[in-house]
Design a binder for this molecule. Sequence first.
Ligand code: OOG
Ligand code: MG
Length: 256
Amino acid sequence: MDIERLAGHLDDARRHGREVERLTLEAPDLDLPQAYRVMDAGIALRVARGERVIGLKMGLTSEAKRRQMSLDAPIYGVLTDAMEVRGTFRLRGTLHPKIEPEIAFRFARRLRGAPDRAGVLAACTGVGPALEILDSRYRDFKYFSLPDVVADNASSSHVVLPERWVEVEGGDLSSVELVMSIDGTPRQRATGAAISGDPVLSVVQLCALLATRGRSLPAGSVVLAGAATVAEQLVAGMEVRLDAGWLGSTSVRIEP
Ligand code: OOG
Ligand code: MG
């Protein structure tokens, strides 16, 4: 399997805003471990161009998302500083962008091994509402397999991080009401429990996935726990807002 070539192919597609066929049409034997290596190689290309890794994102941690994408297992992807959006997101250069409501965590120190829920909470230095902007590099946002989507960095494009980070302390993230509104009209609604039963458990799963690859969550990481609901298509002119009870809110304006 030519990992580097597949990574370069997807990287070109992203940089030139050009859709490509899913990798498994050409490389039907691409398995999940190889797909994660394609993802890593793609991130290495971005880092070589000056981007900095700021954290990781979990994907397919809610039943709604797994049904929307017809896939059945959580995956992760990588976030870089170039993916962070503040205030305004420009659609130019994107293919078929969507947006979804998430909860973000941050960790000051490295999370070694495979921590449990209490271990994750003890290490967490802030939590807040976030919006993830997805954009698959595959034709019509269709990929049909876990190796395809993992190789494509789990469809990640950009992220709107919390405007303010709050202490999680004894706070219950499962009962937090998440409401994603577009131009003031609520469009998607769920509680935190939609995310892995408890968003903290998404981080537990992430650490377990990393451990299977001999890795751990680096110090200073931001982690997206995965969308609570299905994603909504982005259109220029939209104002997208996520209200998340005691966690506060975050929003983004979409421009052409
Ligand atoms: C895969 C990425 C899923 C999430 O939060 O569930 C994801 C996709 O939807 O193409 O980011
Ligand atoms: Mg997501």
